[in-house]
Design a protein around this ligand. Structure first.
Ligand code: ADE
Length: 234
């Protein structure tokens, strides 16, 4: 998968050199391009923002550098033969980023993340991008971050680990929270008793059917307790 990121803080993404995603990059499973939005400005101050039309607090990102950056990435993609990327704009005004969306995006050959700062990006950037590619505004949750960088990073990790070969044991992907619409069951390892706390005896029983039934019950009970919204949306 090819992932391009447009940001005014390219250094944010140096953490993608480490851990599983770093390994996936070294193995050639993920190709990353981080682009500094200011490299697409033409003025001496490398300006990327301005005051909002209609007034209001804060600054809005100007469209021109974004247009140049998007054109350049789409052009390079076409030259490489990876046309038709999905362009994602992290935004608290977007659709919710879920495990289902991560899975859907993990089979795409190319993604572009446009990380906005300040009070957002001029809407025409999104409209223009939508005229050239599949565009989605995606939110990590109902809270506000300072910009799209941390959100993009979270999404890249969630998507990247679903790419075949990135996680050593693909079976571990099937049993985790959100894969079947429920939260994960609690896990235990050795020792069987620690500081007076015992592992639930069923897990030591060797009875696989009983273990599976217990884990399912735990999933349902935990989901009902902390995330009843997940059950009611079915
Ligand atoms: N940018 C600012 N807040 C965000 C959020 N909650 N999700 C995605 N991008 C954001």
């Amino acid at each position: 998968m090819r992932i391009d990121i447009v940001t005014i803080f390219p250094e944010f993404f140096s953490v993608l050199d480490v851990s599983l995603l770093g390994k996936a990059r070294q193995a050639g499973r993920i190709h990353l391009g981080v682009h500094d939005l200011r490299d697409y400005t033409y003025d001496r101050h490398r300006t990327v923002d301005d005051t909002p039309y209609g007034g209001g607090a804060g600054m809005v990102m100007r469209p021109e550098p974004w247009g140049e950056a998007i054109d350049s990435i789409l052009y390079a993609g076409e030259a490489r033969g990876v046309a038709d990327p999905v362009v994602l704009f992290p935004s608290p005004a977007g659709e919710l980023f879920t495990q289902a969306l991560a899975r859907e995006l993990s089979v795409e050959p190319a993604l572009v993340f446009g990380c906005g700062r300040y009070e957002g990006i001029d809407q025409r950037v999104v409209d223009y991008a939508a005229s050239r590619a599949r565009v989605r505004l995606v939110s990590l949750g109902d809270y506000v971050l300072n910009g799209g960088e941390v959100a993009a990073m979270a999404m890249i990790e969630a998507i990247g680990r679903l790419i075949p070969g990135v996680i050593g044991n693909p079976a571990s992907l099937l049993e985790e929270s959100h894969e079947d619409g429920l939260l994960e069951y609690p896990s235990y390892t050795k020792p069987a008793e620690w500081r007076g706390l015992a592992v639930p005896p069923v897990l030591l029983s060797g009875n696989h059917a009983a273990i599976a039934a217990w884990r399912r019950e735990q999933q349902i009970e935990r989901t009902r307790r902390v995330r009843p919204d997940l059950l009611s949306s079915e």
